[in-house]
Design a protein around this ligand. Structure first.
Ligand SMILES: Nc1nc2c(c(=O)[nH]1)N[C@H]1C(S)=C(S)[C@@H](COP(=O)(O)O)O[C@H]1N2
Ligand SMILES: [Mo]
Length: 362
């Protein structure tokens, strides 16, 4: 055998059996949705492996998809082979190409926006739809995996090579960004791109889903601090402008970040003013005028800031005036805006996950 023939032969032998390709696609797409969603909650650099896994899986899916398409090509291009399930297959392919291409363009730093949707939000949309379609598609042509399709040594080898190649492709892509100096080259570990400058105008006004309250009247505004404290208090907007400053990085899951100087009152000072804290206390919940809310563990909350100012300017309405939470190391969606109520609690608040998605809808 010549060298080329031998290479072809090795490649052929590396190709997983059809069922292994199909089941791997289902598995990898599920893992993508899982790592993608969990990555939304990661705001500290130590979380980088999760982002790398997401990227490597993405490139590995490209490889699996090439094998898959080479196999089923005729079923798509030859009308005499069309079945009812073909439409679903085509839709699934469209969603896969959509999710992969938006993901890949995003890592190259392409920064197109469709109204207030970033390319990353479109990617998330494609990804979620893709999982539903893949599951539906798999159930129309369900075949149990056989042991022979996942022979142990080969399976380990294939997955290692696929993920390794995926990670290498991503590393290479970073090199291209640096060479061409694209907008992708100064991204954070989370993939977010910088928004430069100081103050209200320097970064976008973002709502996680639908929050869009009317401006809050400064004169009648009151912040309530209560719950498991000895002496619940109410403060007005002037009393919150206490002059404590901190530099903190806001990293939004729609793909941008900004570093700003925030000014306001330390949450620990607010809690001190509310008297002794009950020994059952474990969380501090920050509630917006819209109902939107997030809780931080007590110790973390004490280090957080309730900001009235950003970059020497009073917070604008869109950025959460009169006061918003600054929670360093947390993703943007946890930085509650328009805070009207701070509550010390004993229990973890599982409902917050739902409320951040639903608040703001009538
Ligand atoms: N009440 C409330 N607070 C909120 C949100 C929201 O929708 N409602 N969006 C969050 C999200 S997703 C981000 S990224 C930041 C954005 O802050 P900014 O609008 O000042 O840029 O606010 C957070 N605080
Ligand atoms: Mo966000």
């Amino acid at each position: 055998m010549g060298a080329r023939a031998r290479l072809r032969d090795a490649l052929d032998r590396f190709e997983p059996p059809p069922r292994a390709v199909d089941w791997s696609l289902l598995l990898f797409v599920s893992a993508e949705v899982g790592t993608g969603l969990v990555s939304f909650t990661v705001g500290v650099p130590e979380g980088w492996p999760l982002f790398w896994l997401h990227r490597a899986l993405g490139f590995a899916i490209v490889g699996l998809l090439v094998w898959k398409l080479a196999r089923v090509r005729r079923r798509l291009t030859d009308p005499s082979l069309w079945q009812r399930s073909t439409a679903l297959s085509v839709l699934t392919l469209v969603a896969a190409v959509g999710a992969l291409s938006t993901g890949i363009l995003w890592v190259f730093g392409l920064d197109i926006r469709i109204s207030y949707w970033t390319l990353l939000s479109v990617h998330v949309g494609f990804g979620l739809v893709l999982l539903l379609l893949v599951v539906a598609h798999a159930s129309t042509r369900f075949r149990l995996p056989r042991r022979a399709d996942f022979e142990r040594r080969r399976t380990v080898l294939r997955y290692t090579v696929l993920l390794g190649a995926g990670a290498a492709a991503y590393r290479l892509q970073q090199g291209v960004n640096e060479l061409l100096d694209t907008a992708g080259s100064d991204r954070r570990f989370s993939g977010s791109q910088p928004r430069e400058g100081d103050g209200n105008g320097a970064f976008p006004i973002t709502s996680w889903v639908a929050d869009d309250p009317d401006p809050i009247d400064r004169e009648s505004y009151r912040l309530q601090v209560d719950g498991l404290v000895a002496n619940p208090i109410e403060l007005d907007a002037e009393e919150l402008a206490a002059g404590h400053e901190t530099e903190a990085l806001l990293d939004c899951t729609s793909g941008w970040y900004t570093v700003q100087e925030w000014r306001g009152i330390r949450v620990s000072d607010l809690l001190d003013a509310a008297g002794e804290i009950d020994e059952e206390a474990a969380y501090v919940r920050f509630v917006s005028v819209t109902g939107y809310r997030w809780s931080l563990p007590l110790a973390e909350a004490e280090d957080a800031l309730l900001a009235t100012h950003v970059g020497e300017e009073r917070l604008s309405h869109g950025h959460g005036a009169p006061a918003r939470l600054i929670a360093p190391g947390r993703r943007g969606f946890q930085w509650v805006k328009w805070v009207t109520h701070i509550e010390v609690r004993s229990e973890y608040d599982a409902g917050q996950w739902v409320v951040t998605l639903t608040s703001g809808f009538d």
